[in-house]
Design a protein around this ligand. Structure first.
Ligand code: SF4
Length: 177
């Protein structure tokens, strides 16, 4: 995991696991799948086991530093998976929510192509204890906009947005909703 993210709109990137399944045209050129394959992985597609990342120490380290400096870094979670993937084991997601709940000096951003799954996969105390978290729904066409923006708007979050693509197809901080 990189100490500082190469993605311009966030301070850090945290990947709790790798792997996903393509769910729409926005997945056609998934850089994460390409990278996974390049390093010998096989964690994409229905039925392909996801890979849990061993080292989850980064966020606690960033959180402790943020407490010291008073600055609140942005954390993009996750660039090598979709947190709301049906095939990610629920216990991994529960472990992630525990970490996020603990690291409240960080501003977490969850970017998903599965915003419809969020209400059933968010922790029970999301409204009370996750005021340092935002949800961004990736949308690439009008059909997805019609389907997913209403879902995003009805899912509670401290902030919500739509990632926008910048030069070289990288995702940007997005438009707030
Ligand atoms: S949802 Fe994201 S990580 Fe998953 S296949 Fe699509 S682009 Fe890749």
């Amino acid at each position: 995991m990189a100490e500082f993210s190469a993605i311009e709109w966030t301070t850090h990137t945290f990947n709790p696991w790798w792997g996903c399944t393509k769910v729409g045209p926005g997945c056609d050129h998934c850089y994460a799948e390409t990278f996974d394959r390049r390093v010998g992985g096989s964690h994409w597609g229905a039925g392909s086991p996801r890979r849990l990342v061993k080292d989850w120490s980064g966020p606690r380290k960033w959180n402790a530093a943020a407490e010291h400096t008073g600055e609140r870094p942005w954390v993009f979670c996750a660039s090598m998976a979709d947190v709301f993937d049906n095939e990610a084991p629920p216990e991994w997601r529960n472990r992630l929510w525990s970490l996020v709940r603990e690291c409240r000096n960080l501003r977490w951003q969850f970017v998903t192509k599965r915003i419809g799954n969020a209400p059933k996969m968010l922790p029970d105390d999301w409204a009370e204890n996750f005021g340092h978290c935002g949800l961004l729904a990736t949308i690439v066409n009008q059909e997805e906009a019609d389907r997913d923006i209403p879902k995003l708007l009805t899912t509670p979050a401290a902030w919500r947005g739509l990632p926008v693509r910048g030069r070289q197809g990288r995702r940007g901080a997005g438009r707030g909703l």
